[in-house]
Design a protein around this ligand. Structure first.
Ligand code: MG
Length: 205
C-alpha cells in the first residue's frame, strides 16, 4: 500500500498492477536517498505517481523520460492503441497532455521533471548518478537494449535497477525486457532483489 495516495491509481491509464505499484514506491523510497530516480516510459503517469510520491517523501527528484509518442503497440491499428490519446490535429499518438494532467492532479509538479525525448538522445549528455532507474520503455529488443545501455551505468552502488514486463514464458509477453534483466544479472554488476508480478528488481553492487 502506498500511504496517502492523492489520486486513484486505477483511474490513471496504464499498465501497472497494484502490487507492482507498491513495489515501485518501496524501492524508490529506499533508493532516492542515494540519488534522483529516473524512469523510462512514463506513458500517462501511473508509475510516475508511484515513484514521484516516494521522491516527494524522500525530498528527492524524479526524472520522467518519454517521447510521449507511444511504443509500436500503441500506434493506430495496433493492439494497445487508445483512441482517446490520438491527436487528430497532429495525426500522432500523444500521451504528454494526459501525463501532465496526472502529475498535476497528484501534486507532483515540484518533484517530477518530464523529459520529452527519446532515450538515446536524453542520455547523450547525461552525467548525473542515479539512485534508481526504472526501465519500462519500448519492448522491442533494440529499444530495451538501448534503455539498458544508456541508463544502467548511471545507477550508483547500492542503487536499484527495476525492469517491467518480465515474462519467462514467451506466451505471456515479449521477451526483450527479460533478456535485458538476464543481461544485467550476467554482467556481475547487479544482484537480484526479487520479482513482484512482472516487475524485476536488481541492486547495483
Ligand atoms: Mg510496462
Amino acid at each position: 500500500m502506498i500511504p496517502d495516495l492523492p489520486v486513484d491509481l486505477d483511474l490513471i491509464k496504464g499498465f501497472l498492477a497494484a502490487d507492482e505499484a507498491t513495489a515501485l514506491y518501496d524501492c524508490a523510497l529506499q533508493a532516492c536517498s542515494l540519488g534522483p530516480v529516473l524512469e523510462i516510459g512514463s506513458y500517462c503517469g501511473k508509475s510516475t505517481v508511484c515513484l514521484g510520491l516516494a521522491c516527494q517523501r524522500g525530498d528527492s527528484t524524479l526524472f520522467a523520460l518519454d517521447h510521449h509518442r507511444g511504443s509500436e503497440e500503441h500506434q493506430k491499428g495496433e493492439m494497445f492503441h487508445d483512441p482517446e490519446l490520438y491527436d487528430h490535429g497532429e495525426a500522432l499518438f500523444d500521451t504528454f497532455g494526459e501525463f501532465r494532467r496526472t502529475i498535476r492532479a497528484a501534486g507532483l509538479e515540484q518533484v517530477v521533471v518530464p523529459i520529452v525525448a527519446g532515450s538515446a538522445l536524453a542520455a547523450r549528455h547525461w552525467n548525473t548518478p542515479l539512485g534508481m532507474v526504472f526501465i519500462d520503455g519500448g519492448h522491442s529488443l533494440e529499444a530495451a537494449l538501448t534503455d539498458y545501455r544508456c541508463w544502467a551505468p548511471h545507477v550508483v552502488r547500492g542503487g536499484i535497477l527495476a525492469i517491467h514486463d518480465l515474462f519467462a514464458d514467451a506466451h505471456e509477453g515479449g521477451q526483450a525486457p527479460y533478456a535485458v534483466y538476464r543481461m544485467a544479472l550476467a554482467s556481475g554488476l547487479f544482484e537480484a532483489l526479487g520479482q513482484v508480478n512482472s516487475l524485476g528488481m536488481l541492486r547495483r553492487l
